[in-house]
Structure formats: structure tokens, C-alpha cells
Design a protein around this ligand. Structure first.
Ligand code: TRP
Length: 332
């Protein structure tokens, strides 16, 4: 964090169950590569998870598991901050303040709110509705320049910019206006069983979703059963969602272009290609699983990592928080 000239990148992920290959290739892998170019601040967004009802024991396990898993992906705690959102009290405070600068109408237009309230019709709570201002606070507290997120979070970046611009209009230049950033090699990974749908841990078919900590055998089995088409010719094209998805995964991991992959698998069948993709994924995830196994056994080490990061995050975010409180008219 010592290089002041680097831009600040902020991102967060919810610790709500296992991490999927989609989360890894779409987001976390980029968190790792961004560490040289940016001052990176990453959070485990545990406050966000309670918009949906959680079992307390399972939630504690999920938080620690996600922390150990993401660390195992290659977050360097010497270079980057990786903290737990609920441990840094400025996040909840900023969320309340920003709630009062966010309009009912603009929150009503959020597609994620509409989707989630349809899915959890029995629990459309106020937190689900105001979730974007909690997320805006996360970002704005750190004066972030760039926010690497998946396409599904772009609308939340837009509302963050709107809230920040509105606040700055009232009180002067308090917040840096952040930019969303969809990393160019961030694959959107689809279900292996229904490649028209995003890979999701809630897929009814267990073979549709690869988890970060799956055994090599499980990974190979899922790739071998991946849905393809009847053409038996490895190339990218319309109506070939299954093969397109496998090519995306393979290309992201190996760095090979689609043309190169098509060339390499010329005259080979889908069986060979699925095996190659499965093996590439197994080798990519093997060191991560091994590091995870050792971290999760060492709770003291994990605690040392997040306590240190929590403390620095509190210090940085308090500067923005105090400025905001003062500008509004609170007595500090
Ligand atoms: N809402 C994001 C998601 O569900 C997670 C998140 C919370 C986030 N706060 C953030 C992402 C701040 C980027 C920046 O994926």
C-alpha cells in the first residue's frame, strides 16, 4: 500500500456458501493479478449476506471458509488489504448516511432488487432494498478509482456514482467518483449442464457447478459430463453455448486465444477437449486447494491476517467518514 501513485481498486465478495469456478475466473483471479498495478482493497461483504436469512453456525463457517479460500487464491497480505466488512464499523455508519441521500425511485429500478424480491417473496426486507447504498459506502469510504465487478453489478456502480455526485454537489468534493471495471480476461462462466445460465452454486444439477475446493476426481467427472452439441467440432459459434463456455474457461486459464484452441483441437473430438479443459482446471485449482487446507487448520494465522487488515481499513475509511459527518453538520 506504500505506493501513493498507484490507483486504488476496491472490490468485495459475499461469503454466502462455497466459491465457484465462476466466482474465481470471473472475479477473484483478477483480484490477484491487479495487485501489482493497483493499491488493492478487498473485503468480505458479510453484512450484505443477511438480506437473505442465514443460519448462524453456517454463516460463521462460510465467512472463515471464504476468507481462507480467497487468501489461498493468491491475495498477498503484504501488498493488499483483505478485511471483513462487519469488523469495520464505518461501513454500517456510511450505509445509513447514504440511505438518506438515495432516492426510493432509484432503488426501485435496481434489477437485482426486482429479481431477489421475486425469488424471496416471503422476505422482502428493507435491507434488500437499500443494499446498493451499503455497497456504495464500501466503495466511497476508500476513495476508490476502480471497482472490478461482474456485469451483474454494473448497475450498482452506476448508482454509487450517482449518489457520490449528488453528495459532492451538496457539500463539495468529498468522494472520488469511482469507475466500474470489467476486467478483459474475466470469463463469464456458464453452467456445465445448462450453458445458457450462469454457473451457480444453487444449480439443481450438481454437475453444473464446479466449486473451488472440489476434488480432482469431481472436477474431471463434471467436465466429462458437460453438455455440448452434436457437431463434434471444437470451434466457437452461435448455438454452441456448451463448447463456447468450455473454450472460455480453457482460454482464461491457459491464455490461449480461441483461434489457437480451434487449431490445437482440429480433428479431435469433444471427449479430448473436455478432458483437456478438466485437466487445466484441476491444475489451476490444485495449489489453491492445498493452500486452503493449510490455512483453514490455522485459525490463528487467519485471524492475524484479518485483524491487521481490519485495523488499517478502519483507519483509512474513518478519514472519509469523519469528513462526511462534518460536512453534513454533525458535531464530532
Ligand atoms: N454486491 C456485490 C456482489 O454481490 C458484493 C459487494 C459488496 C461489492 N460491496 C461491494 C462489490 C463493493 C464491489 C464493491 O457481488
Amino acid at each position: 500500500m506504500e505506493n501513493e501513485k498507484k490507483q486504488i481498486a476496491f472490490s468485495a465478495i459475499q461469503p454466502s456458501g462455497t466459491i465457484t469456478l465462476g466466482n474465481y475466473l470471473g472475479a477473484i483471479r483478477n483480484w490477484v493479478t491487479m495487485q501489482d498495478e493497483y493499491n488493492c482493497i478487498y473485503a468480505l461483504a458479510d453484512l450484505h449476506t443477511i438480506t437473505v436469512r442465514q443460519d448462524p453456525a453456517q454463516m460463521r463457517k462460510n465467512i472463515l471458509d471464504a476468507y481462507a479460500s480467497i487468501l489461498a487464491c493468491g491475495i498477498d497480505t503484504e501488498k493488499s488489504l483483505f478485511f471483513i466488512q462487519s469488523h469495520v464499523h464505518t461501513h454500517a455508519e456510511m450505509a445509513w448516511v447514504l440511505d438518506c441521500y438515495t432516492q426510493f425511485g432509484e432503488l426501485s429500478r435496481m434489477t437485482q432488487f426486482k429479481d431477489k424480491s421475486a425469488k424471496h417473496a416471503d422476505n422482502i426486507n428493507a435491507g434488500l432494498f437499500t443494499y446498493p447504498s451499503l455497497m456504495a459506502g464500501d466503495i466511497l469510504l476508500y476513495q476508490a478509482d476502480k471497482v472490478p465487478v461482474g456485469a451483474d453489478q454494473q448497475q450498482h456502480i452506476e448508482i454509487t456514482r450517482d449518489i457520490a455526485t449528488r453528495f459532492n454537489g451538496l457539500y463539495g468534493n468529498v468522494f472520488k467518483i469511482p469507475e466500474g471495471f470489467i476486467p478483459k480476461n474475466g470469463a463469464r462462466v456458464m453452467s456445465l449442464q445448462d450453458p445458457t445460465k450462469k454457473m451457480s452454486k444453487s444449480d439443481e444439477n450438481v454437475n453444473g457447478c464446479v466449486h473451488l475446493l472440489d476434488s480432482p476426481e469431481a472436477i474431471m467427472r463434471k467436465f466429462k459430463r458437460a453438455i455440448t452439441d452434436s457437431e463434434a467440432h471444437v470451434h466457437y459459434g452461435e448455438g454452441k453455448d456448451g463448447i463456447n463456455n468450455l473454450m472460455g474457461i480453457y482460454s482464461t486459464i491457459t491464455g490461449l486465444s480461441f483461434e489457437q484452441i480451434e487449431h490445437d483441437f482440429e480433428g479431435k473430438g469433444y471427449g479430448d477437449f473436455k478432458t483437456a479443459v478438466g485437466e487445466a482446471v484441476v491444475e489451476e485449482l490444485r495449489p489453491i486447494r492445498e493452500r486452503y487446507e493449510s490455512y483453514i487448520k490455522d485459525k490463528a494465522y487467519l485471524e492475524e491476517c484479518y485483524r491487521k487488515a481490519d485495523e488499517i481499513a478502519l483507519k483509512i475509511s474513518s478519514r472519509t467518514m469523519n469528513k462526511v459527518m462534518k460536512k453534513i453538520g454533525f458535531i464530532l
